[in-house]
Design a protein around this ligand. Structure first.
Ligand code: KG4
Ligand code: ZN
Length: 340
């Protein structure tokens, strides 16, 4: 297979970001994301509004991705799209668009699992970033997912732990809501956490067997704590916001690192890669770096633009599948609960 000059368009529409990216071999030429600010006033993603916004955004976003890459659609070798998991209405927009475009151009269509995308984003060629060697452990932490995955090869992955309720990003966002912060609250809690005392308040960590996670109890603990404290002092949140954020972040990172320690012990694998929106978190990045000294880990954190939902991660998976000539059937459909 001659694989010198392959151009692939990646399309991502699983949640509330409409994204398109062009990859040339392993290198990203464009990575366009249209965020949907419409959800902010509702404090969370409204599925119906998300699908409608995808439909508005998809053509301009793809157009921009091609223009930025300085190629025409006739130069594309394949179209890769997110098949799932995600919101059905959102997935349908990207899936239908990708199918039509591939059909119109008479080129292969490649379905991509969004979670594999978060993991394989580490294989995008970026100067100054190393690619993890197989096998490695991947921890995907986002608003929709929290998983530890044993990655034996590009398409040979096994989920060895996952959340039994809320995702870690949800823990951030729901805590933020209790504190009256905007949506999504993760970045602001992170910012404030760096100014506060992580040991100011203590929240108990959930007891979950093995490598699984649970975050819903933490949210409830925070809610009761805030209710109790504001009853005694109505200004409690304002007076202690940075310390509260630091304490929440300290607890969440403690949970993630405990499970990673157990996963490395159980698998004997010490190469750890993270992905998903929460991997932007300064605390988790620092804790991973500390783990290199403390536990002999080698850690991999993707470039920021490839951590939150994006289409570059879909394009790289498309490229890897293209090399295997692993194409979709024309009757492929979106799958909201697609597994790795
Ligand atoms: O991967 P992503 O963009 O979308 C999903 O697939 O969910 O992740 C979004 C999540 C949100 O919950 C947001 O609060 C969280 O990532 N997030 C953060 C930070 N930046 C984004 N959480 C903690 N610290 C951050 N710096
Ligand atoms: Zn995601």
């Amino acid at each position: 297979m001659h694989s010198e000059n392959i151009y692939i368009l990646g399309i991502e529409s699983s949640c509330d970001d409409t994204a398109a990216s062009v990859i040339h071999n392993g290198k990203i030429l464009s990575n366009i994301v249209a965020n949907q600010s419409i959800h902010e006033e509702f404090g969370g993603v409204v599925p119906e509004l998300a699908s409608r916004a995808h439909q508005q955004n998809i053509v301009p976003v793809v157009h921009q991705a091609l223009a930025k890459a300085n190629i025409t659609k006739e130069q594309l070798h394949a179209i890769a799209f997110t098949r799932g998991p995600g919101l059905m209405g959102s997935l349908l927009v990207g899936t239908s668009f990708a199918k039509s475009l591939a059909y119109g151009l008479d080129i292969p269509l490649i379905d991509v699992n969004h979670m594999q995308g978060h993991i394989l984003a580490h294989f995008i060629d970026v100067e100054g970033y190393n690619k993890p060697p197989f096998p490695f452990l991947a921890m995907t932490i986002s608003g929709g997912h929290t998983q530890i995955v044993k990655v034996k090869h590009y398409f040979d992955m096994e989920v060895i732990g996952e959340t039994i309720d809320d995702a870690v990003g949800e823990a951030y966002d729901k805590s933020g809501k209790i504190l009256g912060l905007g949506y999504p609250a993760g970045p602001e809690i992170d910012k404030r956490a760096q100014l506060g005392n992580p040991k100011a308040f203590k929240f108990t960590k959930p007891k979950v067997d093995g490598l699984n996670f649970s975050f819903s109890g933490l949210k409830t603990a925070i809610l009761y704590f805030i209710q109790k404290e504001t009853k005694a002092n109505p200004n409690f949140i304002d007076e202690h916001l940075n310390d509260i954020c630091a304490s929440i972040q300290y607890t969440i990172i403690g949970i993630l690192i405990d499970k990673l320690k157990l996963a490395t012990k159980e698998t004997g694998i010490k190469h750890i890669a993270i992905g998903g929106g929460v991997s932007a978190n300064s605390g988790i990045r620092k804790a991973l770096k500390d783990g290199e000294q403390k536990f002999g880990w080698t850690t991999y954190v993707p470039k920021f633009e490839f951590t939150t939902d994006n289409a570059a991660m879909i394009a790289i998976v498309g490229y890897l599948k293209y090399l295997d000539q692993d194409f979709s059937e024309s009757n492929i459909t979106a799958s909201a609960r697609l597994k790795i």
